[in-house]
Design a protein around this ligand. Structure first.
Ligand code: HEM
Length: 156
């Protein structure tokens, strides 16, 4: 059973994320649905990661007690950042490359040559970086729970 403060943190981060996601979607109302949703979730994920990573150093550098109170929020921010990045990736895989994994890595099928040719180097490179970030995120999310922290220990 989740304790009350943790539940409250989840509710607050989900609420803030839904509102931010809504504003991101509204700011690109003229885009196609696929681009609007994948960008909104990519941007949301990035904002949550930045917030999770900024709280620790800011709390150390500043004497403001409110920043120390935000420290426990890093876990929920990380969890929802990975969740948003996962949905962002699913939209790209289904909506953009249509589960054709060669296209994810910059190849397109050439009907005259009857084979795949490399067309989009930048797209391939960006996707490889995104995949590496997501895999790393899965490791962090998988170890951001009380059980893992008991087994692995915390830093001193
Ligand atoms: C932690 C993981 C990830 C984060 C934080 C992330 C974040 C972002 C952000 C912020 C953008 C918008 C960039 C811009 O406005 O120029 C973006 C775009 C994009 N990302 Fe990711 N991403 C992640 C993982 C992935 C993965 C795994 C893939 C591919 C499988 C991917 C594919 C793309 C593509 C294709 C775009 C361009 C979308 C468009 O122009 O509509 N991303 N991502």
């Amino acid at each position: 059973m989740m304790k009350k403060p943790a539940l409250l943190r989840h509710v607050l981060i989900i609420g803030t994320s839904v509102l931010t996601g809504y504003l991101l979607l509204a700011s690109r109302a003229e885009w196609s649905e696929m681009h609007r949703y994948n960008r909104a979730l990519g941007d949301l994920s990035l904002l949550l990661i930045v917030a999770a990573m900024a709280i620790g150093p800011l709390a150390r550098l500043s004497s403001a007690p409110f920043l120390r109170k935000l420290m426990p929020y890093r876990r929920e921010l990380g969890i929802y950042a990975v969740l948003a990045a996962t949905v962002h990736t699913i939209i790209i895989l289904i909506g953009w490359v249509e589960l054709d994994f060669a296209r994810l890595f910059g190849f397109e099928f050439h009907p005259q040559l009857q084979r795949y040719v490399m067309l989009r180097h930048g797209f391939a490179l960006a996707n490889v970086v995104g995949i590496a970030a997501l895999l790393y995120g899965f490791v962090l999310a998988g170890t951001s729970n009380n059980f893992s922290q008991r087994v692995l220990g915390t830093s001193v």
